[in-house]
Design a protein around this ligand. Sequence first.
Ligand code: FES
Length: 106
Amino acid sequence: MVAVTFIAVDGRETRIEATAGLSLMENAVAGGIAAIEAVCGGNAYCGTCRVYVVPEWRSVTGNITEIEEPMIEASGDDDPGVRLSCQIVVTPELDGLVVRTPASQG
Ligand code: FES
């Protein structure tokens, strides 16, 4: 299992045990992270699965992908750590990952 911590806008931290091979969004939903609404079900089309990867993890999670770009642009979210969690595949290398969730999904 891969430990991932979600930090809500109010600072509350929730740690889930994520399953490798599934997306971060799927793991968040399964783990009861309410801020990950994921309205489109993982198709990079709704922007309601956004997370902010904390600076020390950005080199591991990687940059915004081409698939994510249009939705993130449309959301107007310019946080430097913004990603669509439906496009981050959980791998063992992400053990200990920390992400914040946006106020708009709070
Ligand atoms: S679940 Fe809709 S963009 Fe990720």
